[in-house]
Design a protein around this ligand. Structure first.
Ligand code: SIN
Ligand code: FE2
Length: 204
């Protein structure tokens, strides 16, 4: 077993298969109200390989013109994001150790060839709350480092039902997804991976 740096918690099989299936159903409803779209990078306008949407009072978005930010509405429909499903609020209460609810849940969908470059989650105002991440569907190779891009990183496989908490001194740790392992889960009918990240955005 590899030892994770302080502030990074990996909870393998945090959600059993029943909870995973129920959560996929919740996310299907979210996506119906707030369709997945292709986000683009600030300045370059380069499309990301994941598709995204959000639930919660605020959603994390990015585009060429206005860059990374939180906003209360979907960039294409202009409608408010749907609420964060109860099940995810319960999970936050169980694992976050933070006394206020999350305000944003970013939904990332990875097809078999999608990945996410090393980055920090730092568009929030409140860094005393952790980021809580849930993996559903195909497994992935997740990488996490320190608070400087050049810090040594370590890689771990995240499977369906796993939860990762980035908090404390690793709240601003660089992290990313190097690859998806196709056909490693039967949870999603058409394969791929869903990642949900719960964040507190504003200071209470
Ligand atoms: C993210 O950093 O937004 C996603 C991480 C993941 O997909 O596990
Ligand atoms: Fe992130």
């Amino acid at each position: 077993m590899q030892v994770l740096p302080k502030g990074v918690r990996h909870i393998p099989s945090c959600l059993d298969s029943e909870a995973q299936e129920a959560l996929v159903e919740d996310i299907r409803n979210v996506v119906q109200a707030a369709p997945l779209y292709v986000p683009t990078m600030p300045r370059s306008g380069k499309p990301m390989s994941v598709r995204m949407t959000n639930c919660g009072a605020l959603g994390w978005v990015t585009d060429k013109e206005r860059g990374y930010r939180y906003q209360p509405t979907h960039p294409l429909t202009g409608k408010p994001w749907p609420p964060i499903p109860r099940r995810l609020l319960d999970l936050w209460n169980t694992v976050s150790g933070y006394p206020h609810p999350p305000e944003a849940c970013l939904v990332n969908f990875y097809s078999h060839d999608a990945k996410m470059g090393l980055h920090q989650d730092r568009d929030e105002q409140e860094f005393s709350a952790p980021v809580v991440s849930v993996s559903l569907g195909d497994a992935c190779l997740f990488r996490v480092g320190g608070t400087n891009r050049a810090d040594r990183t370590l890689s771990l496989e995240l499977k369906s039902g796993d939860v990762v908490v980035l908090g404390g001194e690793r709240r601003l740790a660089f992290h990313g997804v190097d690859r998806i392992y196709p056909a490693t889960s039967a949870l999603l009918k058409n394969g791929g991976r869903i990642n949900l990240t719960l964040r507190r955005v504003t200071k209470p």
